[in-house]
Design a protein around this ligand. Structure first.
Ligand SMILES: *Cc1c(COP(=O)(O)O)cnc(C)c1O
Length: 256
C-alpha cells in the first residue's frame, strides 16, 4: 500500500493511504448527497438531518480521516470502545498543528448501569435509554459530575422479542417519567429497524416512532428540547428521512 506522507509525520493523515482517503471522501460525499436527495423528496432541508458516524467497525486511521474531513458527530455502541477511541482521538488531536473542532460522542448501544459512569465521561448524548432505572442512574451520575446529558429513548418499534428498547405501548409513559429527571434533557426518540431485504419494509417502524414522537410532543413531554428522531442506518436511512428522521446513524456506508 502506498503511504502519502513520510513516516513520523504527526498530522492527521500520517497513517491513511491515498486509496482509503479517497474512498472515505467519496463515501462521505455520497452519503451527504443521498441525505439531500431524500430530504428533497419530502421538502425538507438537508440541514435538518444530522449525520452521526458510527465508528464501531472502523479503523482508528479511518476515524481520524473522517474527522479531518469535517465529521464532528461520532458514535460507538460499546462503552469500552467509546472510551478507548475518545482517548486515542484526544491524543491525536493534541498533536495536530492546526486544531480541529472537538468531536461529539454519541452512545448508541445497549448500556448497563455499571457502565454509566464511564460512558458519560465521554458521551454527550445517549440514544439507547430504555428503562427508568437506567435513566435514573444517568441522571444521578450526571448530577454528581455537574453535567447535563442529552438522552433519547430507544423504542422497540418492530416489536421483535430479542430487541432492546421500550415497548411501543410503554414509550410515552416512560418518556414522561424520564423527562422529569434532573441533569438530563430528554431530546427525542430512537429506534432500530428490523433487518429487511428492502428498506421499504422498514418504513412502518419509522412511521410508528414518528407517531409516538408526535404523541409525546402533543402531551408537552420534554418541552422544547424534545425535537429529535434518531432513526435510519446504512440500509434504510433514506426511508427514515422521508418519515422525519433528524439524526441518522451511519457506519457501513461511510467506512466500508
Ligand atoms: C452499528 C449501528 C449503526 C450503524 O449501522 P450501519 O448499518 O453500519 O450503518 C446504527 N445504530 C446502531 C445502534 C448501531 O449499533
Amino acid at each position: 500500500m502506498l503511504h502519502l506522507w513520510s513516516a513520523g509525520r504527526s498530522d492527521s493523515f500520517c497513517d491513511v493511504t491515498t486509496t482509503n482517503r479517497k474512498k472515505l471522501t467519496d463515501n462521505l460525499a455520497a452519503v451527504r448527497e443521498r441525505i439531500a436527495a431524500a430530504c428533497g423528496r419530502v421538502k425538507r432541508r438537508p440541514q435538518e438531518v444530522r449525520l452521526v458516524a458510527v465508528t464501531k467497525s472502523a479503523s482508528l486511521a479511518a476515524i481520524k480521516e473522517l474527522v479531518s474531513l469535517g465529521q464532528e458527530d461520532l458514535a460507538e455502541s460499546r462503552v469500552q470502545q467509546l472510551t478507548q477511541r475518545a482517548e486515542e482521538l484526544a491524543a491525536w488531536r493534541a498533536k495536530l498543528e492546526s486544531p480541529l473542532p472537538p468531536e461529539r460522542w454519541h452512545m448508541v448501544g445497549q448500556l448497563q448501569r455499571n457502565k454509566v459512569k464511564a460512558c458519560i465521561a465521554v458521551a454527550q448524548t445517549i440514544h439507547s435509554v430504555d428503562s427508568l432505572r437506567l435513566a435514573e442512574e444517568i441522571s444521578l451520575r450526571a448530577q454528581r459530575d455537574n453535567r447535563q446529558l442529552d438522552l433519547l429513548l430507544e423504542v422497540n418499534c418492530s416489536e421483535e422479542s430479542q430487541k432492546s428498547g421500550v415497548a411501543v405501548g410503554a414509550a410515552v409513559h416512560l418518556a414522561e417519567q424520564v423527562s422529569t429527571l434532573k441533569a438530563i434533557r430528554l431530546v427525542g426518540l430512537m429506534t432500530m429497524a428490523p433487518l429487511v431485504a428492502n428498506a421499504e419494509q422498514a418504513r412502518f417502524t419509522f412511521v410508528r416512532l414518528r407517531e409516538l414522537f408526535e404523541e409525546a410532543q402533543h402531551e408537552k413531554i420534554g418541552g422544547r428540547n424534545f425535537d429529535q428522531l434518531s432513526m435510519g442506518m446504512s440500509n434504510d436511512f433514506e426511508v427514515a428521512i422521508e418519515e422525519g428522521a433528524t439524526i441518522v446513524r451511519i457506519g457501513t456506508a461511510l467506512f466500508q
